[in-house]
Design a protein around this ligand. Sequence first.
Ligand SMILES: [Zn+2]
Length: 282
Amino acid sequence: MIKNPHGGKNSGIHVTYKHDHNLYGRLVYNMGFFDIFKNEIKTEILELDNIKFQVKIHYENRRNSRASIGARAVHIRIPVFLSPKQKLKEELKLKSWVERKLRENIHKYKIQQPKEYKNNDIIKISDKEYILKISFKNKRSSSGRLINNEIHLSVSSNLSKIRQNKHISKLLSRVIGRERLPKLQKRIITLNQEYFHQNINKISFKNQKTRWGSCSGKGNINISTRLLFAPDDVLEYVCIHELAHLKEMNHSKRFWKLVGDAMPDYKEKLKWLKENGGKCSF
Ligand SMILES: [Zn+2]
């Protein structure tokens, strides 16, 4: 498996404020029923120097407040049992800490920006350009299909802008991934015949955000659709990496020799992924 350098649950920075309240796990007697405080998430956008950061405020069953700057969003966690006034106070304290941290080195913490799509946008994937045709419909789900080089998306109008954008990027990944899958399968099968000679069960494109590729002992290989934004040889490197794992389920010297035998300059591809991987996303 290849991890995205921007991924990882514990990446980033965090700060914690302790509370001395004894209210942890408190139940409220209400109208004859016991109500447990309900967890809730609120999403906000913080804009600094024209760079937008997504801030997720979690109200949850916890003792202390905490903020962390992660790969895709800033997370602020507030104990759900605090009073509205206390919640606000905690939020402001953590928000100002986050802002100060981000300003110290905005590019270090630059979070992968979710792309914003609009009608007639052009999406370039290697040698092909797709034209985006978005229509909004009053329904719960969203769907998409490819007609020649046009991607027609029908998106739910009942969602927030952020959610709509998420639906669009998911659909694009699915529609384009489906079109590109036969080529990927052919390539992996050819590489396997040439270098690895393993049993392959299923090859899929997956909308994986924290991994470039993964494989299983059953011979299933998953490749992240984000690699469609990478040069062909980088995508090929990830295929080789996963194929080599079918022989060596580790990152031992023997594993890297298998990779090197199939692609002598693989280190350059790794370097490309480290430097540019963050830009590859739907
Ligand atoms: Zn690996």
